[in-house]
Design a protein around this ligand. Structure first.
Ligand code: COA
Ligand code: AMP
Length: 636
């Protein structure tokens, strides 16, 4: 391995491996604890041990109260910038604390207490951040559901989390269309077996909605009444090991997995990452262009920047079309952002519209130091383009909903390491990353295999799935004993650089959004005329991957294939949501299979992607693959 003396990374990482408890105990000094941990790591608790066992803390206190008390009362905590509503609003730390204390008291009026779940189904508005922090303040466990998911997905999450309260809004805004949230919420509650007793709904002027008497409450009315009555909720002491939130993510079946995040480990790890990985100092402006419905938004729109005393930008807009491909540069320049974090897909969209970077040169980007990319593989051409145009370091980093923060990255705060295009760089402290074969045997450097992480996982990573310890073990810990299975495949080179090449399960990554093809297959199979189906992720120049569904129809249907294809496209949008970007369904006479009946998804994908492929020895009938080639050609 090459050592780069200008970076402290190698010493820091080595210490995290040799003395993990000492390392994380030091990192924990940056957090205000009510009571310190009895044990920094208690190997006897949980599925693989628990961090900061016995410590007592409040996450909201560390995000807001301590900064207000410590001199940041008048510093901006949040800048909400919305080209979709043509508005910018700003909240100082003192103002945000007042909003959160008030809303937390409202939650308590609805009988929400420590350990109760609150589902948040909201667009990217400041109230969503207030809601998350208010839950954290009183120890309620929030579960944010991305606005691009449909009613059925919301219903599944309501049934699993069993919330006492749902927080929503009348609408979200997408370019050229208003997304009415309320009908989706009402449908979800109809579909769900668990009926949340109450909903608080934020009325947005773009499209207000009707409220159901006795169940729905108007956000603004409750807020005014609570302010008039001087209501305010104090921080509730929480165990470090108590859950802070549940975030559902696509699993290998249609039922999403409820990833649990605890309070203490999350605080320590996310806070550590702000200065050491992202290299941002307290007081600076930070922008993460994700959505609070994703883990990236949880960690780096809401929690990380506030733990670190930064000003966080929340952006309700797109990289292009709101109004043009200069939107990102306008935001960075107007609010003087020091660093920005987004997904490569956003850059592919900008590159397509503004290949020569003309918009970039219209703005003063003198405060801007670093661009961070994650959510999908940072493809070298996109990274090279961004480096050339922006003239700042472009840092790819790899992580997952389950880990909550970066697994492999380039720690700018410790001294940047040389960038290798196509690699998110090296393991972050606490992560012992290995690449292994099927029998959990490490493979040599440069050899592809399954990427696994030696247990225990560092602070911040999932302790379990919500009320499903067994499913958690099954999904992550059983296949490679002693390790966490990332379900990503790749290799590590001689310099310790990690290369993450793709998933080993049915997950696909569409415009940085994680989706399960298995879940989509369940929806296609529910169509009365579909006998059999297969959904694959196929290459897309903008979104990285898009789903493509192959259908075999039942004999005797009187509808045409074209009609059924249109219906299944609409069905996925209705059941899963527009975020799936499922637009391509192709009818074929049969699916290519092995002699034992396994669908040859891998070969079908290679054909669809135009990659070289070999005839599998076990194929039942080779002609079935020619039929796939012909069907794809007819759609090209
Ligand atoms: N509520 C409702 N609908 C939503 C939504 C939301 N919050 N977010 C997206 N959608 C809809 C979109 O309107 C679109 O609908 P359409 O099929 O009617 O056009 C569909 O879901 C797909 O959305 P998206 O994948 O975002 O594609 P897009 O064409 O709107 O935009 C990009 C493409 C590249 C600009 C966009 O995907 C992007 O900015 N991605 C960044 C991803 C990201 O930040 N990921 C987080 C990990 S870091
Ligand atoms: P999510 O849980 O939505 O954050 O998606 C996690 C998955 O996205 C990972 O398992 C990877 O497959 C993929 N991913 C995220 N970031 C990267 C990256 N920088 N490089 C390669 N793949 C990535």
């Amino acid at each position: 391995m090459n050592i780069h003396p200008a970076s402290r990374y190698h010493d820091v990482y080595a210490r995290s491996m040799q003395d993990p408890e000492g390392f994380w105990a030091d990192a924990a000094r940056a957090i205000d604890w009510i009571e310190p941990a009895k044990k920094v790591f208690d190997a006897s608790q949980g599925l693989y041990g628990r961090w900061f066992a016995g410590a007592v803390v409040n996450t909201c206190y560390n995000a807001l109260d301590r900064h207000v008390a410590g001199g940041r009362a008048d510093q901006l905590a949040l800048i909400h910038d919305s080209p979709l509503t043509n508005s910018v609003s700003r909240f100082t730390y003192a103002e945000m604390l007042r909003e959160v204390k008030t809303f937390a008291a409202i939650l308590q009026d609805f009988d929400v207490a420590k350990g109760d779940r609150v589902v948040i189904y909201m667009p990217l508005v400041p109230e969503a951040m207030v809601a998350m922090l208010a839950c954290a303040r009183i120890g309620a466990i929030h579960s944010v559901v991305f606005g691009g998911f449909a009613a059925k997905e919301l219903a599944t999450r309501i049934d699993d989390a069993k919330p006492k309260l749902v927080l929503s809004a009348s609408c979200g805004i997408e370019p050229g269309r208003i997304v009415a949230y309320k009908p989706l919420l009402d449908d979800a509650i109809k579909l769900a077996a668990h009926k949340p007793p109450a909903c608080i709904v934020l009325q947005r002027p773009q499209q207000p909605c009707d409220l159901i008497k006795g169940r729905d409450y108007d956000w603004a009315d409750l807020r005014s009444a609570a302010l008039a009555a001087n209501k305010s909720a104090d921080c509730v002491p929480m165990l470090a090991t108590d859950p802070l939130y549940i975030l559902y993510t696509s699993g290998t079946t249609g039922v999403p997995k409820g990833v649990v995040r605890d309070n203490g480990g999350h605080l320590v790890a996310i806070n550590w990452s702000m200065q050491n990985l992202y290299g941002v100092k307290p007081g600076e402006v930070w922008w993460c262009g994700s959505d609070i419905g994703w883990v990236v938004g949880h960690s780096y729109i809401v929690y990380g920047p506030l733990f670190n005393g930064n000003t966080s930008i929340m952006y309700e807009g797109k990289p292009i079309g709101t109004p043009d491909a200069g939107a990102f540069w306008r935001v960075i320049s107007q609010h003087k952002a020091a660093a920005f974090f987004t997904a490569p897909t956003a850059f592919r969209a900008i590159k397509k519209e503004d290949p020569n970077g003309e918009f970039i040169r219209k703005y003063d980007l003198s405060h801007f130091r670093t661009l961070f990319l994650a959510g999908e593989r940072g493809d070298p051409p996109t990274i090279e383009w961004a480096e050339k145009q922006l003239k700042v370091p472009v840092i790819d980093h790899w992580w997952q909903t389950e880990t909550g923060w970066c697994i492999a990255g380039n720690p700018v705060g410790l001294g940047q390491l040389p960038v290798k295009h196509g690699s998110p760089t090296v393991a972050m402290p606490g992560y012992r990353i290995e690449v292994v074969d099927e029998s959990t045997k490490p493979v040599p450097a440069g050899t592809m295999g399954s990427i696994v992480i030696k247990l225990p996982l560092p602070p911040g990573c999932l302790p379990t799935l919500w009320q499903q310890d067994e499913r958690c073990k099954e999904a992550y810990f059983n296949e490679f004993p002693g390790y966490y299975k990332t379900a990503d495949a790749g290799y590590i080179d001689e310099d310790g650089y990690v290369f993450v090449m793709g998933r080993t399960d049915d997950i696909i990554n569409v415009a940085g959004h994680r989706l399960s093809t298995g879940g989509m297959e369940e929806i296609l199979a529910s169509h009365p005329d579909v006998a059999e189906c297969a959904v694959l992720g196929i290459k897309d120049p903008l979104k990285g991957e898009v789903p493509c569904g192959f259908l075999v129809l039942k004999a005797g249907t009187d509808k045409s294939p074209a009609e059924i294809e249109k219906e299944v496209v609409a069905l996925v949008r209705e059941k899963l949501g527009p975020v799936a970007a499922f637009k391509l369904a192709i009818t074929v006479a049969r699916l290519p299979k092995t002699r034992s009946g396994k669908i040859l998804r891998g070969t079908m994908k290679k054909i669809a992607d135009g990659d070289p492929w070999a005839l599998p020895a076990t194929i039942e009938d080779p002609k079935a693959l020619d039929e796939i080639t012909d069907a794809l050609k007819s759609r090209a």
